[in-house]
Design a protein around this ligand. Sequence first.
Ligand code: COA
Length: 259
Amino acid sequence: MDEHLVVRRDGAVVTVTVDREDALGALSRSMLEALDGYLPELAADDGVRAVVLTGTGRGFVAGADIGEYHGVDQRRFDDYQRLGRRVLDAVEALPQYTVAAVNGYALGGGFELALCCDAILATERARFGLPEVKLGLLPGGGGSQRLARALGVRFTLRLIATGAMVPAAELYRRGLLEEVYTDAAALRAGASELAGTVAAGAPLAVRAAKRLVREGPALPLPDALGFEQSVLSSLFATEDGREGVAAFVDKRDPVFRGR
Ligand code: COA
């Protein structure tokens, strides 16, 4: 793993911290390569039920490492963009519930990373933006597309065209953020509580919920409703489904085994 990425496991919750405070968490090529190698391993780990992504100090992730753009040829630039896209797609495709705990600047690829997560929590001082236009460039990790789908084309285009940074409170008001905390300690506690609660739930049901909610909206409604019923039906056939119902009737806590 790259020296600027710290992975910690706490029971069924994994926290990945971008630890590069002196560059506000900017993602270098070697950090992306490390994530590219690690994410399939994380996805395959059935023992992990929730993932928290966070940063340190003033930076969550201030985007791509701009220094690495300087003087590189077109092929290397395009290569970096493909790598970035692969990493962000892999984050979005993780079967586990993912929480972005945004402690500071989430710019460019940092905002795009948060947009790939299932929940975004932030501190009051966190700032979000897609400022690539200031470099004469544009977002390349899905920012123009995922944000437009989440918050609409007008807001997205304003953000990209002005390069403006917006505070967490504004994105909370627009419904993109789940919660805004006063400081980093409260954010950490909130992220760990949310991840812990999800991780303690019935694992097959939680994974199925993620697939259903993420994939269903792309389908026509009748198909999506059919998808929902088929997922529910397959859960009823699992040991966990039987256990959950039996425990309720027996007035005891269920023991879910992920089977
Ligand atoms: N890539 C590389 N280094 C970065 C970086 C990035 N995306 N973002 C910040 N840094 C570095 C700065 O170069 C600086 O390094 P230095 O101390 O060696 O000079 C350090 O992080 C602190 O940043 P600084 O600009 O001094 O802090 P600030 O509080 O004045 O401004 C920002 C903070 C986030 C507004 C500013 O750093 C910025 O605009 N960063 C670029 C964000 C961006 O365009 N992201 C999209 C990239 S495609």
